[in-house]
Design a protein around this ligand. Structure first.
Ligand SMILES: Nc1ncnc2c1ncn2[C@@H]1O[C@H](COP(=O)(O)OP(=O)(O)OP(=O)(O)O)[C@@H](O)[C@H]1O
Ligand SMILES: Cc1ncsc1CCO
Ligand SMILES: [Mg+2]
Length: 276
C-alpha cells in the first residue's frame, strides 16, 4: 500500500459527504461531529433504540463508541450493528475504557460478534480485547505498562476478523497479514479529550467511500496525526490545539498527505515476506 492509494479518499469524502451515524459518548459528541464536518463528512448522532434502526439504514457508515455506556445504549448499539451488518453498511467499534468495568467488557464482547470492519482503540483497550487481563485499565486513557501499539494491534488482529487500528506515539494498523506503523501526531493530542473518538469517526468516514477497511483506517490515522502536527505549530496548549486541529482537518489536502505522512510498513509474524 502506498500513500497515493489512500490520499484520494480525502476528495471522495468531500465530494460524497457521506452520512456517518455515530452512537457515541456524552463527553465527545460535539468534537466528534465537528471533526467529521471539518473533514467534509456529514454526522448524525442518534443513540436511542427507538430510532437507531431507521437512522443506520440511511447512513454510509456507523460508529459505535463505548465511552459512556448504559444498558439501554448498549442494546441500541447491538441493534444498530445488526442492521448495519445485514445491510452491508460498514461499522467501526471504539471500545473506550473497555477494561474499566464488566459492563464495557460484556458490551464489547457482544458487539464483536456483529462484525465490525475496524476496531480502533488505544493500546490498553486493544490489549484488553485480546484477553490480556493483566493489563490494568483504570479509566479511558492508556496509562502505565501498556504494550506498544504494534504488539496490541498485531495480537488483536490475529484473533479477530477485523482490521485493528491502535493509536499511540506510533500508531499501528494491522489485519491478519499486514501491518503498518504511522509516526505522525504530537503528544499534546493526549491532553485534549476525544481525539481518539474523532480518529474513530474519521475511520468511518473513509469506510464510507472505500471498500478497503485497511486503507480507510490508514487514511484516518495518517490524517489525524498530520492535522495534530499542523495544529501544534500554532497552539499555545491543549485549549488552542482543539480548534486549530479542526482547522487543519478542514485545510488538509491529498498532496499534504503525500508530503507529510511518515509510514513504516512492518512484516507480521503471520505474513513474513508478504508485501503491503
Ligand atoms: N504519545 C503520543 N505522541 C504523539 N501522538 C500521540 C501520542 N499518543 C496519542 N497520539 C495521537 O493522538 C491521537 C488520539 O489517540 P489516543 O491514543 O490519545 O486516543 P484515545 O486514548 O482513544 O483518546 P480519547 O479516548 O480521548 O478519544 C492519535 O492521532 C494518536 O496518534
Ligand atoms: C473521558 C471520557 N470518559 C468517558 S468517554 C471519555 C472521552 C474519551 O474517550
Ligand atoms: Mg479512546
Amino acid at each position: 500500500m502506498q500513500i497515493d492509494d489512500v490520499a484520494p479518499y480525502l476528495n471522495a469524502v468531500r465530494e460524497q459527504r457521506p452520512l456517518i451515524h455515530c452512537i457515541t459518548n456524552d463527553v465527545t459528541q460535539a468534537i466528534t461531529a465537528n471533526a467529521l464536518l471539518a473533514l467534509g463528512a456529514s454526522p448524525v448522532m442518534a443513540r436511542d433504540a427507538a430510532e437507531v434502526e431507521e437512522v443506520v439504514r440511511r447512513a454510509a457508515a456507523l460508529v459505535i463508541n463505548l465511552g459512556t455506556p448504559t444498558p439501554a445504549r448498549i442494546d441500541a448499539s447491538v441493534k444498530a450493528a445488526e442492521v448495519a451488518r445485514a445491510l452491508g453498511i460498514p461499522w467501526v467499534l471504539d471500545p473506550v475504557g473497555v477494561g474499566a468495568s464488566a459492563l464495557r467488557r460484556d458490551a464489547a464482547a457482544a458487539l464483536l460478534t456483529k462484525g465490525p470492519a475496524v476496531i480502533r482503540g488505544n493500546a490498553a483497550e486493544a490489549a484488553c480485547l485480546s484477553g490480556q487481563t493483566t493489563t490494568v485499565v483504570p479509566g479511558v486513557d492508556a496509562v502505565g505498562a501498556v504494550p506498544t501499539a504494534r504488539d496490541a494491534a498485531v495480537d488483536l488482529a490475529a484473533v479477530r476478523d477485523s482490521v485493528v487500528a491502535v493509536t499511540a506515539a506510533r500508531d499501528c494498523i494491522a489485519d491478519r497479514t499486514r501491518a503498518l506503523e504511522i509516526d505522525n501526531g504530537v503528544v499534546m493530542m493526549t491532553r485534549v479529550t476525544g481525539l481518539g473518538c474523532c480518529t474513530t469517526a474519521l475511520v468511518a468516514a473513509f469506510l464510507a467511500v472505500s471498500e478497503d477497511a485497511f486503507g480507510a483506517a490508514v487514511a484516518a490515522l495518517t490524517i489525524m496525526g498530520i492535522a495534530g502536527e499542523r495544529a501544534a505549530g500554532t497552539a499555545r496548549g491543549p485549549g488552542s490545539l482543539e480548534p486549530a486541529l479542526l482547522d487543519s482537518l478542514y485545510d488538509i489536502g491529498p498532496a499534504d498527505l503525500v508530503r507529510e505522512a511518515r509510514w513504516h510498513p512492518l512484516s507480521t509474524p503471520a505474513a513474513e515476506g508478504v508485501a503491503l
